[in-house]
Design a protein around this ligand. Structure first.
Ligand SMILES: Nc1ncnc2c1ncn2[C@@H]1O[C@H](COP(=O)(O)OP(=O)(O)OP(=O)(O)O)[C@@H](O)[C@H]1O
Length: 241
């Protein structure tokens, strides 16, 4: 089993209980892992640290066994991500945005039109391929961002709340795409507030609370919401005592 993403004792302190405090996590090739946690629990911070948008104060993050600090720049082409705003230049249409993303990720020039077509089909953007990103609805802009994150078939996929703003059809497309990519060997880490969706796709579900990894939930748990709150409340009580 290839250990694609390995996070050891990730620590990044913004303030008391804000940030990350000794977070450990490993995602193997072919697995989908979900990060759950209340607002402010540290999901985006962890994802930004994985993407080197934030620097850890302590701990290490490795991709295929190589610490991010030593990763050659070309290795980032094997990563696909969506965090904060989806990638899209507002004046450019969906297809041109995707062609630029493909170029940035090192897809050969001759392959770019096929790659863009496939990404547009995968995310159901056919009607919008010639529409400027600034004219797209939020959900369709999110689809463009997801298409850009996934079109180069990255080995590691990191997505922060990707189903936000997607309609049920978009959620379904993304689910199929993620399951398919994991079958092909990608390691996928995704944060979410949508417990139903997480239960459908995740091999493992991790729970963050106040920047600490407080446990794992079994994806097959019948009432995932209840189990989640029990875990969070038990941790809150422990912290208060
Ligand atoms: N740049 C920053 N400076 C100071 N504090 C920050 C910064 N970024 C995040 N924080 C704090 O760190 C904590 C974790 O924030 P983070 O955005 O990672 O949470 P989250 O789990 O992604 O939340 P949400 O579900 O609302 O997106 C919060 O208390 C937040 O206010």
């Amino acid at each position: 089993m290839v250990q694609r993403l390995s996070i050891q004792h990730a620590t990044l302190v913004f303030g008391e209980d804000a940030g990350l405090f000794g977070v450990d996590l490993t995602v193997n090739a072919g697995e989908i892992h979900a990060l759950l946690g209340l607002n402010g629990s540290g999901k985006t911070t962890l994802i930004q640290a994985i993407l080197q948008m934030l620097r850890l104060h302590k701990g290490t993050i490795s991709f295929d066994g190589v610490s991010l600090a030593n990763l050659p720049p070309g290795a980032w082409r094997r990563v696909g991500h969506l965090v904060n705003q989806p990638f899209a230049y507002p004046e450019l249409d969906a297809a041109t945005n995707l062609a630029l993303a493909a170029r940035l990720k090192g897809i050969e020039t001759a392959q770019i039109p096929n790659s863009v077509d496939a990404a547009i089909t995968d995310l159901g953007l056919e009607r919008y391929r010639h529409v400027a990103a600034r004219r797209l609805s939020q959900g369709n802009r999110q689809r463009v961002g997801l298409a850009a994150a996934l079109q180069h078939h990255p080995d590691l996929v990191v997505l922060d709340e990707p189903t936000n703003t997607l309609d049920p059809a978009g959620v379904l497309r993304l689910r199929k795409l993620r399951l398919h990519r994991a079958d092909q060997g990608a390691a996928i880490l995704v944060s979410s507030h949508h417990l139903d969706e997480v239960a459908r796709i995740a091999d493992r579900i991790w729970v963050l609370n106040y920047g600490r990894m407080i446990g794992e939930l079994e994806p097959g748990t019948p009432d995932l919401e209840r189990a989640f709150f029990q875990m969070v409340h038990a941790d809150d009580e422990l912290r208060a005592s």
